[in-house]
Design a protein around this ligand. Sequence first.
Ligand SMILES: Cc1cc2nc3c(=O)[nH]c(=O)nc-3n(C[C@H](O)[C@H](O)[C@H](O)COP(=O)(O)OP(=O)(O)OC[C@H]3O[C@@H](n4cnc5c(N)ncnc54)[C@H](O)[C@@H]3O)c2cc1C
Length: 210
Amino acid sequence: MAHTASNLPHANSYYAATAKYPQRYPALTESITADVCIVGGGFSGVNSAIELVLRGYSVVVLEANKIGWGASGRNGGELIRGIGHGIEQFTNQIGKEGVAAISQMGVEAVQIVRDRVATFKIDCDLAMGYCDLALKPAHIKEMQEDYDDLKAQGYPHELRMMNKDELSEVIGSERYLGGMLDMGSGHLHPLNLVTGEASAAASWGEVFRR
Ligand SMILES: Cc1cc2nc3c(=O)[nH]c(=O)nc-3n(C[C@H](O)[C@H](O)[C@H](O)COP(=O)(O)OP(=O)(O)OC[C@H]3O[C@@H](n4cnc5c(N)ncnc54)[C@H](O)[C@@H]3O)c2cc1C
């Protein structure tokens, strides 16, 4: 169950203009009881709600504006393995195993999103395929290290180092020295993902009786 309060409109964007799922939920006007109350209807709140309901808890999501109103509904839409750059810098604090565990979580996170999209049949323009691009030789070296690490961890998706010529066939530009193609990362419409997830959670019984 999701309730909204101040109900500001979504930021004016391509995502808002092509939104496909309900964004308005009733305002909370009465006193209600639930096992868990989640404040904020972005990816964190909506997906926490889904996981909790799956475990048998009753959940209320309180959103001040609209589902996906914050970063979740207006970000770059990139669905990329990992958690961003430079996790290796924390090796002294969490060790190589810690770095590997966090990297693995970043791979699993992509799979969780893909599973959500498939399970709930969310129409969010999910397209797999992503390229890291090299402007200088040092970038190629970093990519090769990423490639070797991912292969060593058993990365289950197509991963390919490409030279300048191969890359230009993929992205249509001569600008880069080379790149790494990753078919396990991709792009989607984030507002339709989060509102699609919320919509599925709101019609929960139907989806999960199957
Ligand atoms: C410019 C930008 C680009 C990004 N690009 C990407 C990308 O390409 N790929 C990627 O994976 N990640 C990207 N991110 C990161 C990603 O968008 C965030 O990590 C993610 O959306 C955070 O989700 P959230 O649910 O924690 O927060 P939010 O989506 O911000 O949700 C918080 C919600 O809480 C509500 N709220 C706040 N206070 C209250 C209150 N007191 N009562 C009720 N509701 C409240 C807000 O209205 C909001 O809807 C990007 C982030 C930014 C800023």
